[in-house]
Write a protein of this length. Sequence first.
Length: 373
Amino acid sequence: MEKLGVGIIGCGNIATQYLSLGPLFKSLNMVAVADINMDAAQARADEFGLRASSVADLLAADDVDVVVNLTIPDVHYAVTRQILEAGKHAYSEKPLVLTLEEGEDLRALAASKNLRIGSAPDTFLGGAHQLARAAIDDGTTGDIIGGTCHVMSRGMEAWHPNPDFFFQPGAGPVLDIGPYYVTNLIQLIGPVKSVVSLATTTFPTRTIGNGDRLGETIPVDTPTNIHALLEFANGATVTMGTSWDVHTHRHGHMELYGKQASLFLPDPNFFGGDVEIGGQDKEIKVIPATDHPFNVPNHEGTKANYRCAGLADMVTAIAEDREHRCNIDLAVHAVDVMTAILRSGEERKFITLTTTCDRPAALSPDEARALLA
C-alpha cells in the first residue's frame, strides 16, 4: 500500500509521541512539522529529521496528504477547518472540538469535500480494550446493564509548569481526560441516549508547584468535580465520576456489569493492561491475553503505547474505501456526551443527546498487525 504524506501542526510535547511512534505503521510517511513558533517547529524537525514549515506552507505542500492537529483544544476547530479547506484529510488530538455546533460544521465540510476527519483518542484500539470488547461481543458477559468509571486526581498544577488551560473552559477533567473514558464506553456499549450530572468548582484558584512559575496562583474557571449518570441507547446506565479535587481514592478505572458477568478494565488512557472478569461463582479472574500487538509493552518497559494507531487506521481505510474507527461520527457523539454532561451540571437537569453513532468496528489482532510496518 502506498504511504500517505503526514504533516503535523503543533510542536508541543504531544508531537514527540506522534513523531516517534508514526514509523511503527506502514501507511504513514511523516513529512513535515509546523507551528506558529518557527523555533519550536525547527527544533522538532531537527529532532526527527523532517522539514520545518510555516502553517501556510504545510497546508499548501503537495507531499502532505493528511494533517495532524496537535494544537491546544481552544483552536482545534479553527485549525481542523483550515486543514479541510486546504483539501487535506484531518486528524485531531482530543477533544475534536469544544461544541457540538463546531463538530457538525466540520462533519458537513468534510462530507462536501469528500475528505476524512479522524480524532483521538485511539487508546480503545489497544489490546486490553479490544479483549474486553470481545468478551462483550461473544456473549461472555451477557448484555451490559450498567457500570462505573472514575477519573480522579488532585489536578495538574503540582507537576505541569504551565497548567493554566487545564482549568479554563474547554478543559477540566471531563473534556481533558474524559474523552478516553467516554470513547471507550461507546465502543464497548454503544451510543449514549441521555445524561444528567452535578458539577462544582471546589477551589477557585490553583498554585503552580513546578517550573519557572513555581508559587504563582492561577484562576479556575471551569468545573473540576463532576459526577454524571449516562443512559445508553441499549438501556445500560453508567456512573461516571470525574474530579481534579481528590487526593486519593480506591475506585477502579472502569467496571461494566453484564447479565452473565462483570468486567474490570484497565485505564482507558492507555492501550494495555489486564482485563478481569467475575461471574456467578464470584471469583474474579484475569482474562488470558490474546496475541494482540497493541498490548505488547513498548514504552518505559511496562506500558503499551501505540498512539498513531487511529491515524494509521484512517489512512489505511482511505485506501481500502471503508470507514475508519476513530471517525467523525464517534468523535462528534463523544463531544455531545461530554458537553451535555457539563451543561447538565450547570442547568441541573437531564439532557437528551441529539447525536448518535455506530460502535466502531472491533480491531482484531490480525487487523492490528496489518497496520504495522
